[in-house]
Design a protein around this ligand. Structure first.
Ligand code: 3PY
Ligand code: MG
Length: 252
């Protein structure tokens, strides 16, 4: 779903992080017009069942559900892909070797070692048209395996990460990159490192995305070649709306 979206969209696609398991929130965000969401298990206390329900609600709303997994292990990522996630974001991929060994787990043999779960939701409960071969094809071709580049080391080894088997796209994380560069929260050198990373990925022909906090940066990052951009998250949207609502009421 996400891969197809990237290939067919006339313009870069826009998504947001989602951290709240309430399905009411998922329906509201799902109807708002986002192209994709990233269900964030790295920074939100979501259970596997929470993630599963969110995948179902967002995909039924026509919003591609990606899942950011917690680490480089097989377990969670495999289960979310079998639950029908459109892809996974792997945080803190430090170098090419790590990119290859991590993504290998999420490719079916002979390319990798992912296990067959044809009877799961991603195989339409075993009744997918085209059978197990179609389940495997979707797992290889339609699913997006996205490496997060968010350390100085990964910026330094970016060309290797971009060339690693199974890396379908990269996502530049300015927050952790700023920590890794010793300037929490960001600075011009961090912005420059993000720009450099985006341009390197574009040159390699690998889809690249990032998260922006300022509206002006949406245009900038699109002009630099990002094909997917993330803005905000569900908790931030509620927080801001709540504060604005009460501030406006009290200002009367
Ligand atoms: C980062 O910026 O570190 C991220 O993980 C994206 O929000
Ligand atoms: Mg991060």
């Amino acid at each position: 779903m996400f891969q197809k979206l990237l290939k067919s969209a006339q313009r870069p696609v826009i998504g947001t992080f989602v951290k709240l398991p309430a399905l009411e929130v998922a329906e509201i965000i799902g109807a708002a017009g986002f192209d994709f969401v990233v269900i964030d298990t790295e920074h939100a206390l979501l259970s596997v069942r929470d993630v599963y329900a969110m995948i179902v609600v967002y995909s039924r709303a026509g919003v591609a559900p990606l899942v950011r997994i917690t680490d480089h292990g097989y377990g969670d990522g495999q289960r979310y892909l079998d639950a029908g996630a459109a892809g996974i974001l792997v945080p803190h991929v430090s170098n090419a070797q790590q990119a290859a060994s991590t993504m290998n787990q999420f490719l079916f043999p002979p390319a990798g070692t992912r296990g067959m779960g044809f009877a799961a939701r991603a195989g339409e409960w075993g009744s997918i048209e085209g059978g197990a071969a179609e389940y495997v094809r979707r797992g290889q071709e339609d699913v997006a395996r996205i490496a997060m580049v968010e350390e100085q080391e990964s910026v330094d080894d970016l060309e290797g990460i971009l060339a690693a088997p199974g890396v379908d796209a990269v996502f530049i994380g300015p927050g952790d990159l700023s920590l890794s560069m010793g300037v929490p929260g960001g600075s011009q050198p961090v912005r420059d490192a993000v720009t450099h990373s985006i341009k390197t990925a574009v040159k390699a022909g690998v889809p690249v995305g990032t998260v922006v906090t300022a509206e002006a940066d949406i245009r900038l990052r699109i002009e630099q070649g990002c094909s997917f951009i993330m803005v905000g998250n569900d908790t931030g949207m509620i927080n801001r709306a709540a504060r604005q609502t009460i501030a406006q009421a009290k200002a009367v």
